[in-house]
Design a protein around this ligand. Sequence first.
Ligand SMILES: Nc1ncnc2c1ncn2[C@@H]1O[C@H](COP(=O)(O)OP(=O)(O)O)[C@@H](O)[C@H]1O
Ligand SMILES: [Mg+2]
Length: 67
Amino acid sequence: MSHVLEVKNIEKYYGNKSNLTKAIDNISFQVEEGEFVGIMGASGSGKTTLLNCISTIDRVTCRTDYN
Ligand SMILES: Nc1ncnc2c1ncn2[C@@H]1O[C@H](COP(=O)(O)OP(=O)(O)O)[C@@H](O)[C@H]1O
Ligand SMILES: [Mg+2]
């Protein structure tokens, strides 16, 4: 079955070079047609950040963007 969504090695940092917050640490998963997926985690664990990146409301970043 083909994936309807593939998320591969997403990282997201907030802040700047001297004050970086790593919000997403290398997340990958796939969603198949007909699947329902829930994202669970404690407050501040990165759920909203993940969905903002997948939906392109926000932009993924990686560590080297801040070098
Ligand atoms: N706009 C932002 N600027 C800086 N840090 C942020 C911003 N949004 C979220 N964060 C930080 O990123 C981490 C993940 O937050 P968030 O995605 O809102 O988690 P959740 O939705 O799971 O509660 C937290 O450490 C939060 O403080
Ligand atoms: Mg949230």
